[in-house]
Design a protein around this ligand. Structure first.
Ligand SMILES: N[C@@H](CCC(=O)N[C@@H](CS)C(=O)NCC(=O)O)C(=O)O
Length: 218
């Protein structure tokens, strides 16, 4: 095995990393993050100090956390220039789309979901409404970005931006539907058909549907 990847197959950010590994054809050992296992979580927090998945440990025992950094590592390990394009402008675009999705779709999505698990009396519907507005803004930004006719998130090749988008869009559209954004919808359709993301979804399937939101309708 070339590295160990810590995540839970149902987690969106875990699927982002798994999609990248499958895309690059890099074999990995999966360590499933299980919050109910104290000993395992103590080990995990040494690798990922904020307790966030995914995290990667390479053959030399070096640890990397934050999904985009994990993917940068994988791309280098695979020879470079695939998920992070060699052309600097194309690489910048891939990173820009990835950052926007991480901060303005994935972040609000996670907060809205976690809010639903808070105990009665400590909920924050106003905060969730604000997060939903940010998510809608992210959908607008992406719809606009796709206006140049690009096939994938950052151009004509499948990159970091698409690894990020595939799971985050799939989950977050259940909270804030795509609505009348045809380019976003069509891109998401292409992401859903990508074999690397399909494999990540197959890994998650045994865990059922844990998302506290109805399936996407639009
Ligand atoms: N910006 C981080 C976000 C990672 C993240 O939020 N992961 C979630 C799972 S989708 C997590 O680990 N949640 C567990 C927790 O917060 O305790 C990244 O890109 O890796």
């Amino acid at each position: 095995m070339s590295f160990t990847l810590w995540y839970h197959p149902y987690s969106g950010y875990g699927q982002k990393a798994a999609t990248a590994a499958y895309e690059l054809g890099l074999p990995f050992e999966l360590r499933v993050v299980d919050h109910t296992d104290d000993a395992l979580m103590a080990e995990f927090r040494k690798i990922s100090p904020f307790g966030k998945m995914p995290a990667l440990v390479d053959a030399e025992g070096r640890a990397f956390h934050e999904s985009s950094i994990v993917i940068e590592w994988m791309d280098l390990r695979a020879g470079g220039g695939r998920l992070i394009p060699r052309d600097p402008a194309a690489a910048l675009e891939a990173r820009a789309v990835d950052r926007v999705i991480d901060h303005y779709a994935g972040g609000p999505m996670n907060r809205i979901v976690l809010e639903k698990f808070r105990p009665e009396g400590s909920r924050d519907p106003f905060g969730s409404e604000q997060d939903a507005q940010v998510l809608a803004q992210a959908w607008d930004w992406l719809e606009d970005r796709l206006g140049d006719g690009r096939t994938w998130g950052a151009g004509e090749s499948f990159t970091l931006a698409d690894c990020c988008a595939a799971p985050i869009l799939t989950y977050a559209r259940r909270l804030v539907p795509f609505g009348d954004r045809p380019r976003l919808k069509a891109w998401h359709g292409r992401l859903m058909a990508r074999p690397s993301f399909q494999r990540a979804l197959e890994d998650a399937a045994p865990f059922g549907d844990l998302m506290p939101a109805p399936p996407a309708v639009d």
